[in-house]
Design a protein. Sequence first.
Length: 541
Amino acid sequence: WFLLAFVRTMQRRQWRWLLLCALCGAAAGVIKSLVWFVWVVPAAAFGAWCLWRDVRSAQGWPKLARTAAWGLGTMVVPVAAALAWTTYADLVKEAHPSAYIFTSHNLACGNYGTFSLATHFSGEVWRTLFARWQESILPAWVLGLIVLPGVVFLPKVRWHISAAAALFIVAQQLIPLAYAYQDYYFYACAAFGTAAIAFTLHGLLDSRLPRWLSAPLVLVPLAVLFGNYRTDALRPASSVSCYYKDQAVQSPGGSGLTETIKAYTPPDSVIIVAGQDWSSIIPYYAQRKALMIHASLYGDRSYHQRAFADLANEEVSALILSGSQRGNRELVRLAAATFNLDDHPTYTHPDGDVYMSLFNREQTVRRLHENHGYNGISTTAQSMPLMITGPLIPAHPGTARKAFEMITPAPSSFHLACGYDLWTVGDRKVLNLHSSSDLVVQPPTGATHITWLFGILASAYEREGDKTDGVEFLIEGETPGCSPRTIFRRLLAPTSFAADRGTQTIDIPYQPLSGEQLIFRTQPNGTPSFDWAYCSAIAVR
C-alpha cells in the first residue's frame, strides 16, 4: 500500500494519496523498518524516473522542485516515525542488562552485515542465500534458467524482468546476513523474484512463438514452482526440506511442554528460559511473560544475578532449560535459591526440562502422575515427604505475595512440613499448615492487631480409624539476641471437643518490639499423623 500510494502521489499530485502514503509508510516503518526499506527502493527508483522525465521535458527548475517536493513529502512522516521509534527502543535496550546487544547500531554492525564489504562478497553468504532462494522460490540455477532467457530473448519485457530481478537481489544486499540466516525475511522480497518470473511468462505468451508451444512452456515454470514447494526433488540431500512438510501438519501450535506450562503455572507469572537464545516460541505458546537468557549470556553469573534482581516484584513460576543448557546446574542452583524453585527437574519433555516453583510443585506432580495426556511429558518427581524439621526457606517477595495471598504482609521465609499446597474449605482457598510448619512475617511499622483464621480439616477427625490427636497453633515473637516470646497459643483437639472444629478466628492486640519478627507455627500434640491443619488468613495490621 505504501508503494501504490507513492506511485499514485507522483502521478496525480493529490493530497489524499500523499496522506495515505505517509500513513502506510509510518505504519510499515514502525512495525518492521527493515521490510519497509525493501519497498522504499522501488519507490525511490520511480521517483528518480519522474525526475528524469522532468529533466528531459526541459520545463525548468520549478517543475523539478515540485516533483522532488511531492516525492520527499511522502517520506517525512514515515522516516520521522521510524527514527523516533528506533531511538526510543534503543534507549530501552541500552538500559537493559542483556537487550543492549539488540540496539540498531549493534545489529547493523554485527548481525545484518549492511556495512561490511566482505559480507556482500562472501562466498559462504551467497551459498547460504541461494539455499534461502530455493526455500522461498526456486533453486538459483532454475531461477536463472527461467529469467535469463527472458532478458536475452524477450525484448518487450526485458527491462521489466531486469528491474524485478534487481529489486529481489538489492533487497537481500541491504541486510545480507539477516536474509542468509533467517528465511522468513524473504516474505519482504520474494514478490520481486516472483514478478521476474511472471514478466518472463507474460513476454513468452506475447512472443512470436505459436500458442500451442508458448502455452505449454508457461506451464513448465509453474509446475516447477509447485514441485519445489511440494517435494524435495530439486533439493540436495543436505538441504532444508520443503515448506509443505511443515505447513501440512495439523497442529494447534506449541507442544506438550508449552501446554503444561500454560496449564500448571499462574497466568500472570513469569518463566525463565535458557537454551532457546532469543526464540520466543515457548513463552508465546505458553502465554507467559518470560526472561529469555541470550546465548552469549548463558555462563554470565553476574548477568543472571542482575536479571533475577529485576524480577523482585514478579511471581516466577518455572525455569525451563533446553538444548545445551539442560545440564547448567549453576543456573539451576541460583534460580532455585532466588525464586523458591525445585532444584531437580519437576518434569521433562524432549524440548526441555522444567523446574517448577515450590508453590506449584505439589499440585503439578500429583497431576502428572495421573493420566495427564500431554504429549512427550514424563516425570520421576514424587510428592514431598513429611518434613518435621527443616531450615526456613527465604521467600522471594514477588512470588510470596501471590503464593501467600491470604497472608498480609507476605511471609519473608517459611517451612511447610508437607510442602506448599492449597486446599478448599467451604468457598475459600486455604494453606496447608500441617503440624511442624512455620511462617515468618515481618510486622509493619506501627502494627497493633493480629488476626488469624485457622483450623483442622474435618476429614482429619471424622475419618474412620485413626484420627488426629490435635494440633497446637502458636504465634511467637523473635528479636535478635533475645529468647522468643509467646504471643498466642491454642491447642485444637477437634476429635474430642466440638468447639475446636471448623475455622477458628482470633483477633488479638499486638505491641511489636524493636526488630521483632512474628512466627506463626503449628506443632503436633503427640504424633503428627493426620494433623491436617490449615491457615485461612493472617493479617498483621
